[in-house]
Design a protein. Structure first.
Length: 325
């Protein structure tokens, strides 16, 4: 359908975007486990709650997490500024959670790690791969949310149809197939208790009231492969997990030997070399800037770290993204 540009309205355009975002937030997402058609829990956590409660929450059981600013689009049309990340305080029930796993799989896979924070062994390969499954499930959800938003926009407003919005839909569908393939590999390893394809290093750090459950994706092959509607190749990823335990924090960095790029291996090598001497948090900044938003911090954490992250994170992260493309 060809629309007359004279019919275009910024107000309608922005209103459609706001409604599409609401639809994507309320959508009933299915469990990410292969073959499961059950609806995912609204708050499937990606970090063991026992760890958050014991080491990271403040006395009010609150956490600070970075989120995409969901302001009404008209506010940035009027101001000319696109909303970026902002830091928000969440209660422990909502923090570090999203609809990823159904109740059966959430309980079956993670229950043993939800009971005792000090019983978690950061060097345990099974735990590391389970956290990686959570991380990829979270990235898949963020991608699915954009796909649902795209479909809602296209349905409600003809100006969102054709051209760039068709390409946008294909891109989200392409990434969904690839996330699904990565999840299949992780889940198969867990089900078969065969972790030979996964390599992790565990680095002991000073205690930090900070948790990460994420994966850095190298999608440099995107333009080459995205127009192949049959492509579902697993993504090259570097898994990044940080958890406090006892008098230390433990950073777990890992990858699938079958699906890791040279660029990711160079990052891993650089970080392993300098992390031990990271007294001013520079390397930690670097890691967070390469990650998505799947990390949280305590309102009661080291003031130097908290103020630096809140004041610099968004700007530094945009710099990393632009420099790498």
């Amino acid at each position: 359908m060809v629309m007359d540009i004279s019919d275009f309205s910024y107000e309608d355009f922005a209103s459609t975007l706001s409604k599409a975002r609401i639809i994507s937030q309320k959508h009933k997402y299915k469990c990410c486990i292969p073959g499961c058609n059950e609806i995912a829990l609204k708050h499937s956590h990606i970090v063991p709650q026992c760890v958050l409660k014991k080491y990271i929450c403040n006395d009010k059981h609150e956490l600070i997490q970075c989120q995409i600013d969901e302001v009404h689009p008209m506010s940035f049309i009027d101001s000319g500024e696109l909303p970026l990340e902002k830091f928000q305080t969440f209660g422990i029930e909502k923090a570090m959670s999203m609809p990823i796993f159904c109740k059966k799989h959430d309980n079956g896979l993670f229950d043993e790690y939800e009971k005792n924070a000090d019983g978690i062994i950061p060097t345990d390969i099974r735990f590391q791969v389970l956290q990686s499954l959570r991380a990829v499930g979270a990235l898949r959800y963020h991608n699915l949310k954009l796909l649902v938003e795209n479909e809602a926009k296209r349905e409600k407003n003809p100006f969102y149809q054709g051209g760039i919005y068709d390409e946008e839909k294909k891109a989200w569908e392409f990434m969904k197939r690839r996330y699904d393939s990565s999840i299949v590999l992780l889940y198969d390893a867990i089900e078969n208790n065969d972790f030979n394809s996964y390599v992790f290093c565990c680095i002991e750090l000073a205690p930090l009231k900070l948790a990460i459950c994420d994966a850095i994706v190298d999608d440099s092959d995107f333009e080459e492969l995205c127009f192949d509607e049959t492509c579902s190749a697993p993504l090259d990823m570097l898994f990044v997990h940080l958890l406090p335990k006892g008098k230390h924090s433990y950073l777990m960095l890992g990858y699938d030997k079958r699906h890791v790029s040279r660029r990711l291996m160079m990052l891993l090598k650089k970080w392993k070399k300098v992390l031990v001497h990271d007294t001013d948090f520079r390397t930690l900044y670097d890691i967070l800037c390469h990650c998505s938003n799947n990390w949280c911090i305590s309102p009661d954490c080291d003031e130097r770290l908290l103020s630096a992250l809140i004041s610099r994170y968004s700007e530094d992260r945009m710099t990393v993204v632009f420099n790498e493309k």
